[in-house]
Design a protein around this ligand. Structure first.
Ligand code: XMP
Length: 327
């Protein structure tokens, strides 16, 4: 029988053998709960939803329907990786929805951060609900709820993203196979399930995605500059052994232009801001001292490879006073 709470004496899952035991137990529980019914899952490609998807594929195969909504604010290569791993390698029943235009059209001209977040969150639910309505006979909704989510919602720190605010008339029974796990355990289980390292050891990424790093009103060209500069930072961190060591690293591109020179010509372009921080709980954060040679290499790459960027800045502000995101 599936457990609702983490047993007080539960051993921390730190080894492949412990992960395998958890996987075997979950597969049996999931089969007992779901029977021959269908399950729906919003698959973002983040660690939690990816592990839930991989568990459900093992347990009920084609009875799982994964919906991956691309809101246009994902990092470079993310939607492609979700399709490659889940549809091509794991043979999942995957619905891919490219809703980029829908999101960006709604966000056009909106500069206030909270308003942007509301639009992205609201539109996400709408797109997901539309897809759910197209499917027949779904009884279950799977979610990547983890143990800290439950503890925090009990303490009133944050609302549990239970059922994701779906419309009232949509009733699903919840399936939450990783809800008694801590994040580090979810990663061990994901590794044992054969998910790629790039997915298992992914740094945290906010739900509103690059939307919080393209401050002010989002334009497609500046969003592209955020995506490309972020991809360079991630690539360089991975190449230089910093992936998995630094808690979070990315770029933000605010709506600010300055004069510069490119190819002997005056240009008015944006600046990309590098942020690389370490923390344990994201409540406070310290700055990762990026080696100077690597930093100058990243600056060179971004200013020569990314369209619209003529300067790169390195944000040395800890949290507080800065938040991690620029928003
Ligand atoms: P701040 O900017 O508040 O961010 O210092 C703290 C951490 O939270 C992440 N973050 C989010 N994560 N949904 C998430 O799942 C969100 O809407 C969201 N907003 C911020 C941020 O990336 C950082 O790790």
């Amino acid at each position: 029988m599936a457990m609702d709470r983490r047993p007080e004496n539960m051993e921390r899952i730190t080894t492949p053998a412990l992960a395998q035991a958890f996987i075997d137990e979950q597969i049996a529980d999931l089969r007992a709960q779901i029977g021959d019914k269908k399950v729906l899952l919003a698959l973002s490609g983040g660690v939690d939803s990816s592990v839930v998807a991989a568990l459900l594929i093992k347990a009920v195969g084609q009875q799982l329907v994964c919906v991956h909504v691309n809101h246009g604010l994902l990092r470079k290569g993310e939607p492609e990786q979700v399709i490659e791993v889940f549809r091509n390698q794991m043979n999942a029943n995957l619905v891919y929805v490219d809703a980029t235009d829908r999101f960006l059209d709604k966000l056009a001209g909106v500069s206030e951060p909270e308003k942007k977040r509301k639009i992205i969150g609201g539109e996400f639910i709408e797109v997901f609900a539309e897809e759910a309505r197209k499917l027949d006979g779904i009884d279950f909704l799977a979610q990547g709820t983890i143990w800290p989510d439950i503890l925090e919602s009990e303490k009133g720190i944050k609302a549990h993203h239970n059922a994701g605010g779906l419309p009232e008339d949509m009733h699903f029974e919840l399936v939450e196979p990783v809800k008694i796990l801590f994040k580090d355990e979810v990663r061990v289980v994901g590794k044992q399930l054969g998910l790629p390292d790039g997915m298992v050891y992914r740094q945290p990424f906010p739900g509103p995605g690059l939307g919080v790093r393209c401050t002010g009103a989002i334009t497609r060209d500046r969003l592209e500059a955020v995506r490309e500069s972020d991809a360079i930072v991630r690539e360089e961190f991975a190449k230089n052994g910093l992936e998995g060591k630094v808690w979070q690293y990315f770029t933000a591109v605010p709506d600010l232009k300055s004069v510069g020179i490119k190819n002997g010509q005056r240009v008015d372009e944006w600046c990309a801001i590098i942020r690389a921080v370490n923390t344990t709980d994201a409540m406070t954060a310290t700055i990762e001292p990026i080696p100077y040679d690597l930093l100058t290499h990243i600056v060179h790459r971004i200013t020569t490879e990314v369209k619209g960027i003529n300067r790169v800045l390195y944000d040395l502000t800890p949290k507080p006073t800065g938040t991690i995101e620029w928003e």
